[in-house]
Design a protein around this ligand. Structure first.
Ligand code: 13P
Length: 251
């Protein structure tokens, strides 16, 4: 059985002081939870601070982005090796905000996924269709295409460790979450696509839902058989709400 993964994507929120206050409030509530894995993904500037506070706990550290090269003249960028050195276990790759605002094409996402694995990090690969794509009936083809390119040069063994986050773009930060049924349907299609390419390894892949997940609607997603946790934005900024979501995800 897959252990659900609930990840906090803080985006460009929380100074080190704010991040410290969050961990101090949340960690007692996140300690000793069986049947769920928890990840916190702060901004680069708070990674080390949060990493120190989480040390010795079961809560994992994740970054929100990386560059695909190991080092070089890439001003402002951070490599996978630098994140691994800071104690990151996970890294979010291909978030729709990065695709839309910062030029993360499918091809760049593929290189970032490769770089993450090469440094021993587990990528949380984000995929999802826009509202226009959904209305044009292109949800399946868009999502399958994103997954196909991003996993093009992975082995079945690597794929078994991959985390995918299905985040419909229209559901992110809008309060308009997908229904549990619809999230389950698209996630099932993603798994089918992975099974077709990688065989039984697909059954080990954790596929999260993301997009306006809150403590109120979390159970609707986590009761679905294909949904293996959530990537949480806004609701992850509050330690009590985030802890409530993680409790709901336990299997
Ligand atoms: P919200 O939970 O704020 O909709 O954000 C979702 C998201 O983008 C997580 O990566």
């Amino acid at each position: 059985m897959r252990t659900p993964l609930v990840a906090a994507n803080w985006k460009m929120h929380k100074t080190r002081a704010e991040a410290t206050a969050f961990v101090e409030a949340a960690l007692p509530q996140l300690t000793g939870l069986d049947g769920v894995e928890v990840v916190v993904c702060p901004a680069f500037t708070a990674l080390e601070t949060v990493g120190r506070l989480l040390a010795g706990s079961a809560v994992r550290l994740g970054a929100q982005n990386l560059h695909w090269e190991r080092e070089g003249a890439f001003t402002g960028e951070v490599s996978a090796g630098m994140l691994a050195e800071l104690g990151c276990t996970y890294v979010i790759v291909g978030h729709s905000e990065r695709r839309r605002l910062f030029g993360d094409t499918d091809e760049r996402v593929r290189r970032k996924v490769r770089a993450a694995f090469d440094a021993g990090l587990v990528p949380i690969l984000c995929v999802g269709e826009t509202l226009e794509e959904r209305q044009a009936g292109q949800t399946e083809s868009r999502v399958a295409g994103q997954v196909a390119v991003a996993t093009a040069d992975l082995s079945a063994d690597e794929v078994a460790h991959l985390v995918v986050a299905y985040e419909p773009v229209w559901a992110i930060g809008t309060g308009q979450a997908a229904t549990g049924q619809e999230a389950n349907r698209v996630i099932g299609l993603i798994r089918q696509h992975l099974r077709h390419r990688f065989g039984p390894a697909a059954d080990a892949v954790r596929i999260q839902y993301g997009g306006s997940v809150t403590a109120r609607n979390a159970a609707e997603f986590f009761s679905q058989p294909e949904v293996d946790g959530a990537l949480v934005g806004g609701a992850s900024l509050n330690p009590h709400e985030f802890a409530a979501i993680t409790r709901t995800a336990r299997r």
